[in-house]
Design a protein around this ligand. Structure first.
Ligand SMILES: C[S@@+](CC[C@H](N)C(=O)[O-])C[C@H]1O[C@@H](n2cnc3c(N)ncnc32)[C@H](O)[C@@H]1O
Length: 264
């Protein structure tokens, strides 16, 4: 039974129609957007969520769009008492406090896709590594030398815990990605960059620490009509596009896109 079905006898239809049908689950935490018109019903909704999914221990209401350098969200705790959880996917476990670091379960297909593409023996860099979803997914599957970089101390602390939790070896660097050219002396075979919104300039910087035959998996946010122009720009800048796809809608006709790039 859906959340809407569970609530249809408790909330008038016109109000209930304002409640989004979807919600995100990270470990045992549910994250839901509740519009202001449903303020009085917020606890009722949280309660219904835990009735629908017995594995949910905490319900958080998303208050603002995820913003700021750390890309962490602001939440109102509606039910439960912990914002830390362990999220499991693709045989990996991610310990995370979603009020301190960005994390989304939505990119699990991409993490698996990239892990399949990586070859044993590569030197791999994950920029904007967060708590480690890309890094751990890759290192769990492939025998590589892997480094993760993030400028959020909380993300790096969780990343180190997750490296232990998943019983892998990796190098963690707490630093601003704007300094990457100065941090890394040896170039990489592959760079994965789940780039923060509107910060495409990092692609140029990453290019300078990539081996001549290296590959970059570049994530960016674009409106659908911008894609043709963006592809043209990439080609003009000397990139060869091996593959690209939309991987998650962020607004009507706007998506997160991934481009698998190599230098011509
Ligand atoms: C969109 S999140 C991606 C996190 C993670 N890779 C994932 O997929 O869950 C972006 C991450 O980039 C980090 N970040 C933002 N600006 C940065 C910068 N200038 N240098 C290094 N890390 C940065 C944030 O702390 C955050 O963890």
């Amino acid at each position: 039974m859906s959340l809407h079905d569970l609530l249809k006898d408790k909330i008038p239809h016109e109000k209930l129609s304002l409640l989004p049908r979807g919600f995100e689950i990270i470990g045992d935490i549910a994250i839901i957007t509740i519009p202001p018109a449903l303020d009085d019903e917020k606890y009722l909704i949280a309660d219904a969520l835990t009735n629908q999914r017995k594995d949910i221990k905490t319900v958080l209401r998303k208050l603002h769009k995820i913003e700021g350098a750390a890309r962490a969200g602001e939440f109102e705790l509606l039910l439960g008492n912990s914002t830390t959880t362990i999220h499991r996917e693709n045989n990996c476990a991610f310990f995370v406090d979603i009020t301190k670091t960005y994390f989304s379960g939505k990119l699990y297909y991409e993490r698996n896709r990239i892990a399949q593409k990586v070859n044993d023996g590569e030197a791999v860099l994950v920029l904007f590594a967060g708590v480690g979803p890309f890094l751990i997914s890759i290192k769990k599957k492939k025998n590589v030398k892997i480094t993760g970089l993030d400028n959020n101390p909380a993300a790096c602390a969780f990343l180190k815990k997750n490296i232990e939790l998943n019983d892998i070896e990796a190098h963690v660097i707490l630093a601003d990605a704007n300094s990457m050219e100065h941090i890394f002396k040896e170039p990489f075979d592959r760079i994965v960059m789940p780039t923060p919104y509107g910060q495409d300039h990092f692609l140029n910087l990453a290019s300078s620490i990539l081996k001549p035959e290296g590959i970059i998996h570049f994530y960016t946010f674009k409106k659908d009509f911008e894609i043709a122009h963006f592809k043209k720009l990439l080609l003009e800048s000397g990139w060869h596009i091996d593959f690209y796809r939309g991987c998650g809608e962020i607004a009507p006709r706007a998506k997160r896109y991934v481009f698998d790039l190599r230098k011509n």
